[in-house]
Design a protein around this ligand. Structure first.
Ligand SMILES: Cc1ncc(COP(=O)(O)O)c(C=O)c1O
Length: 452
């Protein structure tokens, strides 16, 4: 493969022939009269109404089938309607679903969870959404350190609520100010697109760490409560940071009397081929935030920390770290069923094996398709950069990626390729033949939008 391959005129917007089926279209249009704008792009762009799912397959109300390369953005870890999960929720909802009292399901889950968490991370509190958990993690870091400043990263995503909006490393927050004071952003070492323009990928991490050191010195008041980072940036395009970066963050946080929060909302629970994404770099954060795949669709999230940090007040006072729905019996049953299944069906190992195989296939595809600039991944979390020119690395324009999305839909593949890098994160239960078929559809769709 030559990196000099230039394809300035070969990209074309295909005529596109995608349209949702008649039942989907009717439901979608009718719902649009009631639902507020701003739904996830995937739902708005596809205009499909899903009737049911089974494993890694989704079927819409017109009977059209799709291979699911999205899994609700890393949520459906066990796939759709896994029998063990369905049974556990049915049984629990018939018994009790509300309240913060101790439940057998919650205790069983916590014990199992703490048998797989790294280091001394053995204290967990539960919430409903990712942003809520991250906000709680920040409250905990403030409680523990007595400090109040927090640093996040360019390209980072931690939710959309007020306390974390300022940690979003892109333009999403435009026009939504003023942001919470005391939040700062530093560059994240994307080896393919180093934000500091470093040409050698291995230098990117050290340059970003140098920048961070300067930022702390020159921009903060020195009262740093936490540094927060995703071990792989999901929203930015499943970006794996250059080696050494996460270790450097832990060290720098501790040098300043701060905690390191690892936001594992997407990367947790086997998604990257290890139970947690931080384990690839053999670091143990002070606080881990979890959600999404941990309960396979039931809205539950959490904060895991050490027994010592968890004692920090006011976070640790009665009702200090709680919420209305967090860890209720139904949420706990969902968490327990999901983790038990993950462990017993060896899905973490499977994620590693199948992910390696899929990455290999994507790299082969890169030889055949000139607009694939970069392929990366860990486990079943992969990213594909689409470029106009491999030399300049200029991304494909949005109208082309929208066409690509529609070409995928037309072929029965749901894939996050409508803007920026393609994000591939199927259910951890996807079969090898479904994965192969899905990649075949993706290649056909890529060929349809680029005269490769
Ligand atoms: C790393 C990370 N943190 C936090 C969140 C926010 O989660 P939620 O949408 O449940 O608030 C997300 C959502 O995509 C995420 O990817």
């Amino acid at each position: 493969m030559t990196s000099k391959l230039s394809i300035p005129h070969s990209i074309t917007q295909s005529p596109v022939a995608w349209a949702a089926g008649p039942k989907s279209s009717r439901l979608f249009q009718e719902e649009q009269e009631h639902i507020a704008p701003g739904l996830q792009s995937i739902a708005l762009f596809s205009k499909i109404a899903i009737d049911h799912g089974c494993g890694a397959m989704l079927t819409d109300v017109d009977g059209r089938e799709y291979i699911d390369f999205i899994a609700g953005i890393g949520v459906a870890s066990l796939g759709h309607a896994h029998p063990r999960y369905v049974q556990a929720l049915q049984e629990q909802v018939a018994k009790i679903s509300v309240g913060s009292f101790t439940s057998e399901a919650r205790l069983s889950w916590l014990k199992l969870l703490h048998s797989v968490t790294p280091g001394n991370l053995k204290r967990t509190q539960l919430y409903s959404s990712g942003a809520e958990a991250v906000e709680s993690a920040i409250r905990l870091a403030k409680s523990h350190t007595g400090h109040f400043e927090v640093i996040g990263f360019w390209g980072g995503f931690h939710g959309k609520t007020g306390g974390v909006l300022g940690l979003l490393g892109d333009e999403f927050k435009k026009d939504l100010g003023p942001l919470m004071p005391g939040l700062y952003l530093a560059p994240y070492p994307n080896p393919y697109r180093c934000p500091l323009g470093t040409k050698q990928a291995h230098d990117c991490a050290s340059h970003c760490l140098d920048f961070l050191r300067q930022l702390i010195r020159r921009s903060t008041t020195g009262r740093l409560a936490a540094i927060i980072a995703e071990p792989i940036q999901g929203t930015a395009g499943n970006v794996i940071p250059s080696p050494g970066f996460l270790k450097g963050l832990v060290q720098m946080a501790h040098e300043h009397g701060a905690l390191f929060i690892c936001d594992e909302m997407i990367t947790g629970f086997g998604r990257t081929g290890k139970m947690f994404g931080c384990q690839h770099e053999e670091i143990v954060p002070d606080i881990l935030t979890i959600g999404k795949g941990m309960a396979c669709g039931f809205p539950v999230s959490g904060v895991i920390t050490t027994s010592e940090i968890a004692q920090a007040k006011p976070w640790a006072l009665p009702s200090g770290s709680s919420s209305s729905y967090g860890g209720n019996p139904l949420a706990a049953a969902a968490c327990y069923a999901a983790l038990q299944t993950l462990v017993e069906e060896r899905l973490v190992e499977y994620s590693q094996e199948l992910g390696t195989w899929m990455l290999g296939r994507l790299k082969e595809m890169q030889h055949r398709i000139p607009c694939i600039g970069d392929v990366r991944g860990r486990g079943l979390l992969m990213g594909v950069e689409l470029v106009q020119d491999r030399e300049t690395r200029e991304p494909l324009p949005k109208n082309i990626t929208r066409s690509l999305f529609e070409e995928c839909l037309k072929r029965g593949l749901l894939s996050m390729c409508y803007s920026g890098p393609i994000r591939i994160n199927p259910p951890l239960t996807i079969t090898k033949s479904q994965a192969e078929e899905g990649l075949g559809k993706l290649e056909e769709a890529l060929k349809a939008v680029s005269r490769a």
